[in-house]
Design a protein around this ligand. Structure first.
Ligand code: HEC
Length: 91
């Protein structure tokens, strides 16, 4: 009987761990979805070189540079599009 109780406690601990992982996993996904293009740009585009101000390129040039930098910065399509949209409204 005592042994069984130990197993149940262990099981609940493992279950609790997965619940915590699942909740924090979902929280971070919503986080990214909520971030604006400007925020994503500030967070991702200044880690390798100085931030390139929006005015440095035209809309068409941002499209190309954005796709080019998507692979460098390891961004998702949604993130890249948000950044490009922001840069095109601010140039
Ligand atoms: C992992 C490092 C890295 C990150 C992150 C990064 N860049 Fe770059 N970027 C480079 C390098 C290196 C170059 C020089 C050109 C090349 O060899 O690709 C460059 C060049 C550029 C250029 C010059 C034009 C071009 O296409 O080559 C622009 C504009 C630019 N980056 C914008 C951005 C933007 C906007 C972001 C965020 C989405 C970003 N970069 C994120 C490394 C990075």
């Amino acid at each position: 009987m005592k042994l069984k109780r130990k197993y149940i406690t262990g099981f609940l601990l493992v279950l609790g761990f997965f619940v915590v992982v699942a909740i924090s996993g979902c929280a971070s996904t919503t986080d990214i979805a909520d971030r604006s293009g400007a925020e994503l740009w500030g967070n991702n585009c200044a880690s390798c070189h100085n931030i390139r101000p929006p005015q440095t390129l035209t809309d068409a040039q941002w499209e190309v540079a954005g796709i080019h930098m998507r692979t460098r910065a390891n961004l998702t399509g949604v993130e890249t599009n948000k950044i490009i949209e922001f840069l095109k409204t601010a140039n």
